[in-house]
Design a binder for this molecule. Structure first.
Ligand code: HEM
Length: 608
């Protein structure tokens, strides 16, 4: 036979086989690839049912027609043939023990009597029914929880919010409008109550991380401390990381940070100092980010990446993370897409992480730095990476954690510093009082150059400003969701098992009950001269920004606090900072972290 058929994978059943087998059943049958119908005949003794694969030729007519047919469009064609007694001598129509008179119609056993457009229509209708049924089911599950109307039916409300650049504010609005528990998607709610969130995040609570965290796999096939949803893996990793992050095993933590603070000061002094005769505006948002990137890379790699020295977005890292983070976080809301992207089977479609612009260079730098610490002659150092190695992190884990450090530790601290600076320089009373505290401390010898962490902790107004800055503009604003396998009650509302709870830091950090009627105002004075109990409650609430008191507490909290303790003092003891355009102070886009730029200021030397 000289047909145009490609090689045909077919399933060959015997006459005894039930004619009504499902496609799934057929899929499990042994297949054999044949070239044509003669081979089909040779391979079986009594063919009654022939299942022909998609790449196959037309089979809806006489078997002979196969030889001259074109590829089939249908997924799987099941051809059913009855076995009348062999009463013909025409070989082409005769399978062994099984003959077909001329004109025998070979039909799709399931619905061949229907035109294919009708089959497609029925399929679509069934799919639609399924989607509607599951939507109704999830709507009913959480219908008692208030929230925007569409959030009850589709994830689109939440996805749109994430992409809008106003995610954290929209969650705050939802809490204001619908109460401390508000629905933001059929299976998602947001909680704006500090006490309840602390309980949910508690060490022994029934809540755990849901799939959303897997969006933070910077290598799609490997977990890190931030992305793992397995409590045991997470706990073990944290135990190995904590001594390094906490600074216990690290000899030079403070000196490394001091060096970068000096780098920021020099950059402003040498390149951007304005005077009566020179106007040199500078985007402080960017320079602060260069500072935090150099701090974190110096800690992670033992040497800073050199952003401050280069005064530019080296290898477009900032640009890349700013454009990919919003997408990564949005994909976190779509588990099916996340699974697809992270599926090892589709690896061939994905770019290698170390070839991605920006992040790729960080990954490669991490790999090089880590390589020196393992192998035959490992470099042994008492720095953060040295601590990770000494505490048993494998080489692969160390590479992953070093990259996480850069990503988790640069944007967050940068947002804290630049937003607090914005609040300071736009509040003359606060600005004057903070500079006065710094000047007095220097005069009285309580502040060294550079200021030490311990000295900064003894400046009450500085501490009040730092807490008020974190409160007014919390840097970590991603959903940070949790989920429980059992039904729970939160804020008096029944939360069915499997429902995911996000947090809304802007809701509880602006709580009038905790911070007073003027909670929306930047007023560091609220932290001074108050009852210890009141201070404790306020402090505990603000420190939730670092997930404090939970098994997920920020590992970089100590580093971040040292940065904050030093940055404001070292800048404000030397410079006066004024906004170029107070009516348009910055560009700020919220996508888990804040993406901020165009905070154009004029920096002048202070006249003491
Ligand atoms: C003001 C600055 C910062 C804030 C507000 C902040 C906030 C947070 C929060 C809320 C979490 C918990 C996330 C969760 O599991 O749901 C977290 C985790 C983490 N942070 Fe920070 N962070 C800051 C700075 C840093 C710095 C400077 C570093 C690195 C030196 C860092 C490294 C990490 C790491 C590694 C984790 C994962 C911890 C774990 O999963 O066990 N963070 N951070």
């Amino acid at each position: 036979m000289n047909g145009t058929c490609p090689r045909l994978p077919v399933w060959l059943d015997t006459c005894e086989s039930p004619a009504s087998q499902s496609h799934a059943q057929n899929a499990n049958k042994p297949t054999r690839t044949i070239d044509n119908w003669s081979q089909a005949v040779q391979h079986t003794s009594a063919v009654a049912v022939v299942h022909i694969h998609p790449s196959c030729c037309k089979a809806n007519k006489h078997p002979q027609a196969l030889d001259h047919s074109t590829p089939q469009k249908q997924a799987v064609v099941i051809v059913e043939m009855k076995c009348p007694p062999c009463d013909t001598t025409e070989p082409s129509l005769c399978f062994p023990n099984c003959c077909f008179p001329h004109g025998t119609e070979m039909r799709d056993s399931a619905m061949s009597w229907l035109p294919s457009s009708t089959v497609a229509l029925i399929g679509t209708a069934l799919l639609l029914c399924f989607v509607i049924a599951t939507r109704v089911q999830s709507f009913v599950r959480t219908r008692h929880i208030p929230g925007p109307f569409w959030a009850g039916w589709t994830d689109l409300w939440m996805i749109r919010a994430q992409l809008s650049g106003r995610f954290c504010f929209l969650l705050q609005d939802a809490n204001k409008r619908y109460g401390p528990i508000a629905k933001i998607a059929p299976n998602w709610v947001v909680c704006g109550d500090a006490e309840e969130l602390r309980r949910i995040w508690g060490v022994r609570s029934a809540w755990k991380r849901p799939f959303w965290y897997r969006a933070f796999r910077f290598d799609p096939y490997k977990d890190n401390a931030f992305s793992t949803t397995d409590d045991q893996v997470h706990e073990k990793l944290r135990a190995k990381l904590m001594p390094g992050y906490g600074g216990k095993d690290v000899d030079n933590l403070h000196e490394l940070i001091d060096r970068q603070v000096a780098g920021l000061v020099s950059l402003l002094e040498n390149k951007y100092l304005s005077s009566k005769t020179e106007f040199k505006p500078v985007d402080l948002a960017r320079k602060v980010q260069y500072f935090t990137l150099d701090v974190i890379s110096a800690l992670a790699f033992g040497k800073e990446l050199g952003y401050l020295a280069a005064d530019q977005d080296l290898f477009s890292y900032i640009q890349t993370t700013e454009s990919t983070l919003p997408i990564m976080l949005t994909i976190g809301f779509m588990p099916w897409l996340l699974k697809l992207i992270q599926s090892p089977r589709l690896k061939f479609l994905m770019p290698d992480i170390d070839r991605v612009v920006g992040i790729g260079t960080v990954v490669k730098t991490a790999q090089q730095a880590v390589a020196e610490r393992y192998g035959d002659k490992p470099l042994i150092k008492r720095d953060m990476l040295g601590s990770f190695v000494a505490n048993g992190l494998t080489r692969e884990e160390a590479e992953g954690e070093t990259v996480v450090q850069i990503i988790a530790g640069s944007d967050t601290s940068a947002t804290a510093i630049r937003s607090t600076l914005l609040f300071i320089i736009t509040n003359p009373l606060v600005y004057r009082r903070l500079q006065a505290e710094i000047d007095t401390g220097i005069r009285e010898g309580r502040i060294s150059s550079p200021i030490t962490d311990a000295e900064a902790r003894n400046l009450p107004y500085l501490q009040a400003v730092i807490r008020e800055g974190l409160r007014m503009w919390p840097p970590a604003t991603a959903a940070l969701p949790k989920v429980s396998d059992s039904d729970q009650v939160v804020c008096g509302v029944h939360i069915p098992a499997g429902t995911i709870i996000a947090w809304a830091p802007f809701s509880f950090l602006r709580s009038k009950k905790i911070f007073g009627e003027d909670a929306d105002v930047f007023r560091p004075e609220r932290w001074l001269d108050i009852e210890p109990e009141k201070y404790r409650t306020m402090d505990q609430t603000v420190m939730m920004e670092f997930a404090s008191g939970s098994r997920w507490e920020c590992l970089g909290k100590t580093v971040a606090q040292i940065e904050l303790n030093k940055a404001y003092v070292e800048l404000l003891r030397r410079f006066d900072v004024t906004l170029v355009d107070p009516t348009n102070p910055w560009t700020s886009f919220n996508a888990a972290v804040f993406i901020q730029s165009d905070m154009n200021v004029v920096v002048t030397r202070r006249e003491l």
